[in-house]
Design a protein around this ligand. Sequence first.
Ligand code: ACM
Length: 763
Amino acid sequence: MIRSLFLAALLIAAPAAAAERVSMIPAPASEAPMAGSFHLTSRTVISVEAGDPRARASAQFLADLLQRTRGLNLAVGTPKSGEPAIRLAGGQGAGEGYKVAVSPDGIAVTGSGEAGLFYGAVTVWQLATQTPGRGPVEIPAVTLDDAPRFAWRGLMLDSARHFQSVDFIKGLIDQMALVKLNTLQWHLTDDQAWRLEIRKYPRLTEVGAWRVPAGPAAAADIDPKTGKPRVIGGFYTQAQVRELVAYAAARHVTIVPEIEMPGHALAPIQAYPHLGSAPVPTDNISGDWGVFPYLYNVEEPTFGFLEDVLAEVTELFPSRYIHVGGDEAVKDQWRSSPAVQARMKALHIGSEAQLQGWFISRIEQVLNARGRRLIGWDEILEGGVAKGATITSWRGIDGAIVAAKLGHDAVLSPAPTLYLDNGQSASPDAPPGRGQVVSLKTVYDFDPMPAALDDDERPHILGVQANLWTEHVRTEQRAAMMLFPRAAALAEIAWAPAARRDWNGFADRLPAQLARYRALGQTYDETPLKVRGLGDPAGDGARLALLGAEGLGEIRYTLDGSAPTPASPIYAAPLEVKLGATVRAQAYRAGQALAPASAIKVDARAIRTRRSQELKSCSENILLNLEDDAPVRGERARFLIDVLAPCWTYEGADLSGVSRIEVAVGQLPFNFQIGKDIEKIVFRPPATPQGELEVRQGSCQGPVVAVLPLAPAAKSQGVTVLTSEIKGEAGPRDLCFTFTQKTVEPMWALDRVTLVAEAPRGR
Ligand code: ACM
């Protein structure tokens, strides 16, 4: 008993002790600290065996990284005897494992394959950047023996909803390689765009790569060159794609293209309307989001088109897998199309779901004939799954479980856990996106191996992937914020053995990773790491809660105007502060600051103001953190809103001493394709033509305490501040905010609420 307890204590203690030694992400499978350290300087030579170009490429990659991040200039070549060196050796074939041995005399890297040698080189860079700073560095001696848990370590980038430049994608590939992610699923086609040049069908990009964003602001933004509303978009030429594929291959990243079918295909159908199952709009490519009804038809010329497209796709992308989408193909158009129904009858296909199964199986044959394998979203399991299909499980993990039990391979990519279009924190400063919070820890806590699988089914789980959809991610800077640092957590769950997963150890290693991002000039989202305040009135002062870095660090603060330090008082519970005070606060992990300090001003307005993200949405049907459509250029408001039921609660608002309310409201285009769900959206009837914002006390059924007509706000596409008197009971009570209106257009949204306190008497 004592003996096993002792052993258990050792097992528990081992990773924590080791984590102090090596600060790498992802954590290696095994690490053995050794005595001493290696002094890395510009005099160190990176040595490779002659006549090994791939090893030389890995060596050069390492040299470039050390130059960029530490300012060290290491030569790649043959060291003179006795000269300190990083020796790269081995690395033929496909293995991804590697060994790194750091000793006071040098560093030896051996790869079990080309990728392994590359990952060994990347690891040396991580070891050299465990402590931030430039110039020579001591690397503590250690022996690492490492190999990945999963073969598919993926990210998906949606370049259809918003376009990103080739340079951005190269930067993403670099960052993937630096944390040993190896698969980039590239979402190139959708309802809102077709981004890949196809030589045989030029209209796909001529028509399909450009659109006017939704909403009146964009419609009024006339491009002087055309006299028409300005379009956004772009596409990737075949030359650019070849360049990206080669760039990725050099970093051991495989790009898996995704060509959506039979749904999410409005853009190509608009370019070539004969491909559709029903007439399509012939004007602008749509700027709506959601699930459109348009599907490809099932005529032979349509398969001919898809075969031609896939011929060019497979010429461009050497990946073993080609993703064909298959998600969210609502079958209404197939049900109501006489031609589709006739085809089903002729083929003896009994249901539209089976027709999709037949459709995907035909495409699988096309891909197999080209030596490729088909992968699709988990809907392709319905209606008879194609013989050798691999499944991306996104509607939870059930798709992967079903697939594996049927003998199919699967990749886990469940929403919302691995949907990086959700923000990383509840901060009002988080970039726009979906409205759930998917924190770094949410990603880290996901175990990619479903417990429901037996040992013989587990090998079907190829790995794990996080998806960056970009409906609400309009800029590259925001895409980077959504990706980082969460890609680091993804990398660790994809690479490290289950036994090495340890949130605290990961959090300890995060500051070094953030420093690596900064050293490389990589944007990441700092908002979850920054301290923010949420105040409430308390007596004649305020009670201030400090939020941020949840699960990651401790918050320290000052009240005397000085900058916080790791020795400042630690925040444990809301602070009682005087009005007019400025609280300075910063989050630390193991004594290292996680983000710049915040200065939080506490005054009578701030403690009675809530932005929409600080209110509670009454429901979460389709909860989005939406950016305003106006102004077209410049800063726009962001609204946390359930687009099926816009309604917000200010919990525990106290109307004591409050006589007026100010509410900033904005109007958004209702650009959501939600099918019959549109009937679920109900509003209270308006009393004036433009409608009103109504404020109720106690609950959303409580008495109305303020009414703010929307007429003044209807004139502006941007945010308008409305004000009214407010009369309700004193004491903490919820306030509920809803809009009255006749139709969903425009969609009114609440930006911020301020309860205006009466000035104290006698002043
Ligand atoms: C998906 O999110 N529709 C795969």
